[in-house]
Design a protein around this ligand. Structure first.
Ligand code: FPP
Length: 248
């Protein structure tokens, strides 16, 4: 990651219309590797470089929140060797990026069933989250062992407990109280959702939060996704009219 501070958006982007929160489904690492007759893990390694570039771009442009789908609850069904390699890669990433997260005033957060991750990964996450806790230029949220339905069920269980214990009336359950029980309670909903590698699916990502997100799907595989294409998506985003169900 670059140690340069935010330089603001490119001149042709309207700084007042930037998405506050961008969420990305990073897909296509395996296909990228297969096309090159490489092991899938090589695709993930190259994908980690793209993560570094896009985090850097977001910070420089002035995006406040970036959330990356790094490992889903369904990904636990992958071969054990691939899971181990991904966990190892994550640990290495956290280790190598900490100095620059600190230098660039970026706070790391994570969402998902973190207790399912290997202890060594949890420890590294704790270290980096603690070391960046007060950073406020940007938040980088990693979705790890994350599933949108599981997150919604978790919120429903929490609200049910409050009602059972007479701490809440059922009529007080509204969008606000429900959102406050999600992992993302302190984040705005994503304005923009990007998915790489051409699949037209949400894959259980931020199901509640993306109700009004603008969705962009690119055929580019995640390891090939560049800052230039990312900025092009921001340009298209700024040309869209967001109506939130109202008339234009
Ligand atoms: C999807 O590609 C990607 C993943 C399951 C993991 C995402 C991980 C990274 C981008 C690298 C490490 C992350 C961090 C934060 C350092 P796929 O394997 O499903 O690709 P395919 O659909 O082509 O098989």
């Amino acid at each position: 990651m670059s140690s340069e501070p935010s330089g603001g958006p490119p001149a042709d982007l309207d700084a007042s219309k930037l998405p506050a929160h961008i969420a990305i489904i990073m897909d296509g690492n395996g296909r990228w590797a297969k096309q090159r007759l490489l092991h899938r893990v090589k695709g993930h390694e190259k994908g980690a470089e793209t993560v570094r570039n896009i985090v850097r771009a977001c910070r420089q442009i002035g995006i406040a929140h970036l959330t990356l789908y790094a490992f889903s609850t369904e990904n636990w069904q992958r071969p054990r060797t691939e899971i181990a390699a991904l966990m190892h890669l994550l640990q290495r990433f956290l280790q190598s990026e900490l100095p620059e997260l600190k230098e660039n005033n970026i706070r790391l957060r994570c969402v998902g069933q973190i207790q399912r991750l290997p202890a060594a990964v949890q420890e590294k996450l704790d270290t980096v989250m603690e070391a960046t806790r007060t950073n406020d230029a940007m938040t980088l949220t990693l979705a790890l062992s994350y599933g949108g339905r599981a997150e919604i069920l978790r919120a429903a269980r929490e609200l049910a407990r409050r009602v059972r214990d007479d701490r809440m009336d059922p009529d007080q359950i509204d969008e606000r109280s429900f959102s406050s029980c999600l992992y993302t309670a302190d984040l705005p909903d994503p304005d923009l959702l990007i998915r790489t590698s051409g699949e037209h699916r949400i894959s259980n990502f931020l199901l509640w939060q993306i109700a009004y997100s603008e969705i962009f799907i690119t055929d580019t595989l995640w390891p090939d996704f560049t800052t230039e294409e990312f900025i092009e998506i921001l340009r298209s985003y700024q040309r869209r009219e967001r109506r939130f169900g109202r008339v234009g």
